[in-house]
Design a protein around this ligand. Structure first.
Ligand code: SF4
Ligand code: SF4
Length: 232
C-alpha cells in the first residue's frame, strides 16, 4: 500500500475516533499535559504524518529537542499491539515490558501545549480520563474506551503492516532520516533500528465479551473504510 493511501486511511481512523470521543464525558482540557510523557508510542505511518507537518509548518527545529531526548530512559515496547493480541489468543506468555520508565515530559511539549496537536499520534488522542489526572495523580479510563482504543491501535498497525512501532522519540528520528524514509516510502525497508519493532497485520482482535455488541458500529466503520479501490 502506498504512503498516500496509508495516510488517507489513517485520517479516516482518526475521524472515527474523534466522532466517538465527542460523546465521552472526560476531564481533559487545554494545558493539561500531565499525560504528555517520554513514553508515548506510535507507528511509522503516524511518525511520517508528523514529519510532513513539521516540514510544511517550518517546525523542523523540534527534531533537535527530540534528538536530545535520546539520552533519556524511555518506554521502548517489545511487542506490538497486533502481536500482543495474537499471543493472548494463543494463550502464550506476553514478554515483560520495562516498568521502570521515566515520567519526564514528551520532548515535543512546549509551554505545556502540544506543538503538533492536529497530527498527534493515536497514543495521545486515545489517552482520555474521566477525572483530572493532575488533581488525583492517576487517570481513570472507561473500560469500553480501552476496548475501542485497542481496536483502533490494531487497525492503525495493520494499515502500516510493513512499517514499525516504537517510542515517539525513536520513530521521529527514524522518519527524519532521508535514507530510511526513502526505503520506507518504496516499501523496501528490511530492518529498522533495533529500538523499534516490526508491525504486523491483524491476526486476532482483542475484544472483551461484554463489549462485542457495543463496539460493532465502530468495527463496522473501520471495516467500511475504502480509499479508491483499497480496503483496509
Ligand atoms: S489524560 Fe489526564 S493529564 Fe491527560 S489531558 Fe486528560 S485529564 Fe489531563
Ligand atoms: S505528541 Fe503532543 S500530545 Fe503527544 S505526548 Fe507529545 S506533546 Fe503530548
Amino acid at each position: 500500500m502506498d504512503l498516500n493511501t496509508k495516510l488517507a486511511i489513517l485520517d479516516r481512523i482518526y475521524k472515527i475516533y474523534n466522532d466517538f470521543a465527542k460523546g465521552l464525558d472526560i476531564a481533559c482540557k487545554r494545558y493539561c499535559a500531565h499525560c504528555c510523557t517520554y513514553n508515548v508510542t506510535m507507528t511509522t505511518i503516524e511518525g511520517y504524518k508528523i514529519a510532513l507537518y513539521l516540514e510544511s509548518n517550518g517546525q523542523s527545529d523540534l527534531y533537535a529537542k527530540v534528538r536530545k531526548a535520546t539520552s533519556q530512559k524511555r518506554f521502548q515496547p517489545k511487542v506490538s499491539t497486533n502481536r500482543l493480541a495474537e499471543l493472548c489468543e494463543q494463550g502464550k506468555d506476553v514478554p515483560d515490558e520495562d516498568s521502570g520508565i521515566n515520567r519526564g515530559a514528551c520532548p515535543l511539549l512546549t509551554d505545556n501545549e502540544c506543538p503538533i496537536y492536529p497530527v498527534r499520534p493515536f497514543g495521545c488522542r486515545c489517552f482520555v480520563s474521566r477525572i483530572g489526572c493532575m488533581e488525583r495523580g492517576y487517570a481513570e479510563i472507561d473500560p469500553f474506551v480501552l476496548t475501542v482504543n485497542d481496536l483502533l491501535l490494531q487497525y492503525i498497525e495493520h494499515v502500516d503492516k510493513d512499517g514499525y512501532f516504537g517510542n515517539l522519540t525513536d520513530v521521529l528520528l527514524f522518519v527524519q532520516s532521508q535514507v530510511k524514509i526513502k526505503s520506507y516510502r518504496k516499501e523496501t525497508l528490511k530492518t529498522a533500528d533495533t529500538v523499534m519493532i516490526k508491525n504486523q497485520p491483524i491476526k486476532a482482535i482483542l475484544l472483551p465479551p461484554e463489549h462485542k455488541v457495543k463496539v460493532k458500529p465502530i468495527l463496522h466503520a473501520l471495516q467500511s473504510i475504502k480509499i479508491s479501490k483499497t480496503h483496509i
